[in-house]
Design a protein around this ligand. Sequence first.
Ligand code: OFO
Length: 170
Amino acid sequence: MAISKKMEQAINDQINAEFYSAYLYLAMACQADDMQLKGLASWFNVQYQEEVAHAMGFVNYLQERGGRVVLQAIEQPRVEWPDAVAMFEQTCEHEAYVTSRINDLAALAVEEKDFAATQFLNWYVKEQVEEEATAADILGELRLAKDAPGAMLFLLRELGTRTFVAPVIG
Ligand code: OFO
């Protein structure tokens, strides 16, 4: 069954939102690099790659369903944050927003009785739980370490151990 025009549009909008997420985290990675915080830069670089993978998951799905991918302009992200805590505050806020978008997409799939889309979107629903939990955990630890340089250094080094593993989406 061909995908509906409404779902096609919603997925195209989500492709844009995922690429915007990639841009946002790349901007954070670049600032962290400027601050000589390699571990932090590396964590956000991995996050950037994850977001590109999320966008490509939607691109591939839409093509598989016979829809037309229409790439939209990506909004310029913020370029500066006062510190790592502020970066993760925005990360938490942004991931909550993305979760609400994924939920809206899942609701549209149910409304349209598009069960293939429902199945596909389940992966993103679960992924968002993980994305929000990870960002919240790191924010909590960063707040705790804020006034203890030794602890902060340890934490930032630990963030640098994260590696990118291409997700199997769908
Ligand atoms: Fe694509 O999950 Fe973050 O934004």
